[in-house]
Design a protein around this ligand. Structure first.
Ligand code: SAM
Length: 182
C-alpha cells in the first residue's frame, strides 16, 4: 500500500439520526485502509468513544477526531499540499472516466469527503475532484468502501493491524479468534 496519508471527512453528522451510519463510515474507513477520520456536524462523544474502542481491540494506527469547522479542515489540508475528493453521485463516474488515474497521479495525501443528508453546494467547488461511484443515489458507506477498494486495488483487505488484542483466524466454517494480552 502506498505511503500517502488518507483521511476521511464525514460531514453533517446528526447524533440521533446518523449514529449507526456514521459509525459504519468510521469502521469502513479503518478496515479499508484510511489512516483516520474527522467528524463534523453535531459533536458526538459516544461515537468517537465507540470507534476508539474498536481500534483498541482490533489494532492499527487510526486517528479519530471531531472538528466543528469542516471548511477549515479542507483549507488546512490543501494548504499542506493535500488533495480533496468529494464522493457524490453528481461527480465523474469512477468507472467511465480516468478520474481515479488522475487522483493517483497527484501523489498527494487524500482527504475523502462524504456527506450525510444534503451537502453544501460550496463543497463541489472546494473539492479538487468530485467522484461518483456510479451516478445513482446510494450510501456514503458503500461509496467510501468502493472508492478505497479501487484506490488500493484490493490490497487493503490484506492489511495487518499492528497491536491488535483480537485477531481472526480465517475459517471455512465457525469462528476462531486469538486473544493476546499486549
Ligand atoms: N441527497 C444528498 C445530496 O444530494 O447531497 C445525498 C445523500 S447520500 C445518502 C449521503 C452521501 O452518500 C453523499 O453525500 C455522498 O457522499 C454519498 N453518495 C451517495 N451516493 C453516491 C454515489 N453514487 N457516488 C458517490 N457518493 C455517493
Amino acid at each position: 500500500m502506498s505511503s500517502r496519508r488518507i483521511y476521511v471527512l464525514r460531514l453533517g453528522h446528526r447524533p440521533q439520526r446518523d449514529k449507526r451510519i456514521s459509525t459504519h463510515v468510521g469502521l469502513v474507513a479503518r478496515a479499508f485502509g484510511a489512516h483516520g477520520i474527522i467528524y463534523s456536524g453535531g459533536k458526538d462523544e459516544n461515537l468517537l468513544r465507540s470507534l476508539r474502542k474498536v481500534v483498541d481491540l482490533w489494532g492499527g494506527d487510526f486517528d479519530i477526531r471531531y472538528e466543528s469547522d469542516w471548511r477549515e479542515v479542507i483549507r488546512e489540508w490543501k494548504e499542506r499540499g493535500g488533495v480533496v475528493i468529494h464522493l457524490t453521485m453528481y461527480g465523474e463516474n469512477i468507472a467511465s472516466s480516468d478520474v481515479l488515474k488522475r487522483i493517483k497521479e497527484t501523489g498527494a495525501d487524500l482527504l475523502i469527503v462524504v456527506g450525510a443528508e444534503k451537502v453544501p453546494g460550496r463543497l463541489f467547488e472546494l473539492a479538487d475532484f468530485n467522484v461518483a461511484i456510479g451516478n445513482q443515489p446510494h450510501s456514503e458507506v458503500a461509496a467510501l468502501a468502493l472508492f478505497l477498494d479501487r484506490l488500493y486495488a484490493g490490497r487493503e483487505l490484506l492489511k495487518e493491524f499492528k497491536g491488535a488484542k483480537l485477531r481472526i483466524v480465517p475459517q471455512s466454517k465457525g469462528k476462531k479468534v486469538i486473544y493476546s494480552l499486549k
